[in-house]
Write a protein of this length. Structure first.
Length: 183
């Protein structure tokens, strides 16, 4: 075993109390079914519901994510309930809703996070999406990964690491970045 591999294993052992399970989405271009897990595309909406509007600018909010909670990986199944978890967020910049309404704050009015229970699946709903919608990506499956914290979190949890270990952490990407579920 190479010296760098030994150092990496020692770092993993040292930070193992902070290791979490995570799942990276495996995606393909396209939208999929209305009840599918996806990034962007067409969300499931109730037959009497219109596209969600930002209360600040009154324009359509961007649809970011829909997770079918009944189709999550086994370890997470039923942890969050059932139905579809959806995230809408206003990305309009005239007016600058994110700044005006502090979109980064947990209870900002320019985002909607909700769980809906799909029904009326055969009803066609008229949808007027934002002008510049993100391209749809269907989540086909989930890849299980071990997720270790970054060096700041390790230090905040009072696990001492030196500069060499910090560099090993960064170089080997043991902190899962990008889209992930859990971790």
């Amino acid at each position: 075993m190479a010296e760098s591999d030994v150092k990496l294993e020692q770092l993993k052992q040292k930070s193992s109390p902070l290791k979490r399970s995570a799942w990276k989405p495996i995606v393909q271009e396209g939208d999929g079914a209305l009840t599918a897990s996806k990034f962007a595309g067409t969300p499931w909406l109730n037959a009497s519901e219109r596209w969600l509007l930002c209360p600040n600018c009154n324009k359509p909010m961007q649809f970011f994510l829909q997770l079918n909670l009944d189709e999550l990986p086994g370890a997470l199944k039923a942890k969050f309930g059932s139905g579809l978890l959806q995230l809408f967020y206003c990305t309009n910049y005239k007016p600058p809703c994110e700044c005006d309404c502090q979109g980064w704050e947990p209870f900002s009015t320019i985002k909607v996070v909700r769980i809906v229970q799909p029904s009326n699946l055969n009803v066609k709903v008229e949808i007027s999406q934002p002008n510049k919608s993100f391209p749809a990506k269907l989540i086909e499956a989930w890849e299980a990964v071990d997720d270790y914290p970054d060096y700041q979190t390790i230090e905040n949890c009072e696990i001492a690491i030196n500069e060499e270990e910090s560099n090993t952490l960064v170089e080997n990407h043991i902190t899962v970045t990008g889209d992930k579920l859990g971790g």
